[in-house]
Structures are given as C-alpha cells and as structure tokens.
Write a protein that binds this ligand. Structure first.
Ligand code: AAL
Length: 414
C-alpha cells in the first residue's frame, strides 16, 4: 500500500513541477561544472580555469608594488639603469639578485649616435651586477658579477638580461651577449653563460654561445632574449624570448631549449614558440607543470598560463598590472620534483621610469599570491578600482583628437 502512495506522490510532484530542476542557470554558482547545456563561456568558465571564481583560482592574483631601497640612480638623469632582474635565490642567510647594470656618461642616444661610451639603448654597454638583501625591500649592491669581456668574446659590447641556475652545487648565470650595439640591425644577440662555486663569484665565462640563434629564416634567427633556466623533469629547461617578423612591428614569443648539462648542448623544442605572446616572460614551477606570467605583447598578454608538461601552455587566468621582466623568488626553481608550490614576490623593472627623455629603468618589488602555500584574499580581488587621474594619464594622442574632430565635423555637416 505504502509503495502505491509514494509512487503516486512522486508522479504528482513530477507533473506539478515541484520535483523538476529549475529551468534557468542556478542562482548559487555551482562549484563543479553542472550537468546541463552550457554556453561556450560557461563551458570555459569551468574547463579553462582552476576555479569558477577568480578568488578561488590559485593562478589568479593581483600584483602590488613597493619602491626598493639601496639603489642610486644619479638623480634619474638617465646615466644609471638597472633592469631585467634574475630570479631571486636565498643562500648564506640572504636573498641574491642579479640584473643588467648600465652606468654611462650619457643616457641612451640611439644606434646612429652611439659609440664606445655612448649607449645606443638602455641595455647597451652594460654589465651584470648583483645585490643582496635580508628582507627583499632594502638591498645592498655588491657590484659587478659578469663584466663585459674584451673584444671579440661573446658579450664584448654588452652583457645583459641575466638569470640564475643552481645545479649540483654550482651556480650559472645565463645572459644575452651582444657583439654589436643594440639597434644597429635589431636587438640581435645569442646567449652566453658564466659559472661559479659561490653566488658571490668569482664568475668564469664559458666564452661560448650556449643558446644559438636560429637558422636563417627561422623565427629566432636574430635574437635569443631573456634566458630563463629551471631544473624540470631532471633536465635544464631554459625558456627564452625572440623578436621576429621584422621591425618596427616586432612579434614577440617564447621558446624553450632543453639540456642535460648547464653548459649545453641545448636542444630547442620542436614545438617552439611554446608561448604565443609575452615579452620578458617569467615562469615558475606549479604542481607538476610550469606556469608563466605573460606580459606586454601578443594576443594573450596580461595572462597567466599553465602547461602540465612545461610545453603546451593554456590560459589559466586573466590579470592586470603584471610585473614586467619579473625576477621572482622561486624557492623550488631547481628542485620542484613535480610539486611546484608557486610564488608570492619578486623584483621587476619599470623602463623609462621618469620618461623617455631620461631613458633608464628602475627595479621595484612586486607581491602576489600565486602560491599553493599562501591564501591572501587581499591579492584576489578582481573588480579593481582606479581613480580618475589614472585613467586621464592614458589620454588621446594628437592624431586621435584630429580623427574625432573630423568625425564631429562630418556629423555636423549632415
Ligand atoms: C628586455 C628584454 C631583453 C631585450 C631588452 C633587454 O625587455 O626583452 O633584454 O634585449 O629588453
């Protein structure tokens, strides 16, 4: 008898609609992908990102910036520049960072007006210097790590844009080695390396190119920039950027070269370019893969991307105010063993810091929450608010105002 009553009630409820799923998408955002027809956007919201809400997405973060203490810039007159910082490592009870250091009698004067002492570009006639810190906010500049070698050694014109690798107890600094002033043909250079038994040096130049330019006609035939080494899958994974498709509308993308030995040979990945956007792209081990902060250039600039295999990157979040040329503190850069924990801070640069007239870059600190070991809700807001003067600073140029004036004239004439 009970069975009959229960069945009757269930049938009645069904036809009265009380037991049916609501027709529209539910008010409470489901944490898991709901089993119902979804639009492309909703499919993506569940499939492409680590969580349906940014604040729960471990690869989403805001970025907050702090002025650094300890670096003098000659009154920001353009004669001293610090830029393109390395990853930060912690050794001997302090943080270490390396960076491009330029100290020239004048600001950069362009390729046509440069000479043996006048720089063509902000990173011309530069050396690799380093600094240490106990808190990441105040730094003590230690001086030169890798000087420019005598002609014709690789990097005789300028050694720049370095990054650090620690491997089997030894230290390696990879850097761009310029053999001509940047801008004469393009920003053309290969990558060289120096090595040491201590992060304080002395550094011995390997005096050979370790990441070659591509073959004629290949995307990376002229420039191998931003060498960015990790120990991943028990090999040295060196990510880099190249500029291609020709001046002045350069396309910038990221490649990967892999070696068993820090001094090479490095074999370029057959799927290069592996990241189709970005400029000084900064990566870090994350879970079993690699995450990338993709800045400035390309369709996918202002994204954080993730590749479970370190090669095939997908967009993991869309962010703003990404640090340029980020040198992150990546505690597990050389030993993540498939369990990369992510990052919370680093040093980045701001180029033309006081305008293009006194063209020089400064180093700044950035903080974020891209870490599996930190939960900072104040780094996860996404409805960011900027004050009017921030918007007004991004104003119309003369050509755009003229176009608008023409449009106004045309509409008046109708
Ligand atoms: C940087 C980097 C490389 C380029 C120049 C200095 O942002 O991409 O280092 O060569 O600009």
């Amino acid at each position: 008898m009970n069975k009959i009553i229960l069945t009757t009630v269930a049938v009645l409820l069904f036809f009265t609609g009380q037991a049916q799923e609501p027709k529209g998408f539910p008010f409470t955002l489901p944490k898991e992908k709901p089993n119902r027809p979804l639009s492309a956007a909703m499919e993506r919201n569940y499939d492409a990102y680590l969580a349906p809400r940014p604040e729960d997405n471990e690869l989403y973060s805001q970025f907050k910036y702090t002025e650094l203490k300890g670096f003098d810039y000659n009154g920001h007159d353009g004669t001293i520049s610090r830029r393109d910082p390395s990853k930060i490592i912690f050794e001997n009870g302090k943080y270490y960072i390396w960076y491009t250091y330029r100290n020239t009698p004048t600001k950069p004067m362009g390729a046509k007006n440069c000479n043996d002492s006048i720089p063509s570009a902000d990173w011309d006639l530069s050396e690799i210097w380093y600094a240490t810190s106990t808190d990441g906010f105040t730094w003590e500049e230690q001086g030169v790590a890798v000087p420019r070698p005598p002609k014709p050694a690789v990097g005789w014109r300028s050694v720049t844009t370095t990054d650090i690798l620690k491997y089997k107890g030894k230290y390696y600094l990879y850097y761009q080695g310029f053999m001509e002033a940047s801008g004469l043909r393009g920003d053309d250079c290969p990558v060289a390396v120096s090595y040491a038994d201590s992060p304080d040096g002395p550094w011995t130049p390997y005096n050979k190119v370790v990441v070659e330019n591509g073959a004629p006609g290949e995307w990376d035939q002229y420039s191998i920039h931003d060498p960015h080494p990790f120990v991943y899958n028990d090999k040295i994974y060196l990510y880099y950027k190249s500029d291609f498709d020709g001046d002045p509308r350069l396309v910038r993308m990221q490649g990967l070269a892999i070696a068993d030995n820090p001094l090479g040979p490095f074999k370029k990945h057959p799927l290069n370019p592996v990241i189709a956007s970005g400029h000084e792209t900064s990566l870090f081990p994350f879970k079993e893969g690699m995450a990338a902060m993709v800045t400035r250039d390309g369709n996918e600039h202002h994204t954080i991307q993730y590749a479970t295999d370190g090669v095939n990157f997908e967009i993991a979040s869309i962010v703003s105010l990404l640090p340029n040329a980020a040198g992150s503190f990546v505690p597990d850069a050389f030993n993540s063993k498939g369990n990369g924990r992510g990052i919370t801070w680093g040093v980045s640069h701001i180029t033309a810091a006081t305008g293009w007239e006194t063209n020089h870059a400064i180093l700044v600190r950035f903080d974020c929450d891209l870490s599996l070991d930190v939960n900072d809700p104040d780094m996860k807001h996404h409805n960011e608010y900027y004050r009017p003067d921030f918007y007004y600073k991004h104003g119309l140029n003369k050509k755009q105002r003229e176009r608008i004036a023409q449009q106004n004239k045309a509409i008046q004439a109708k």
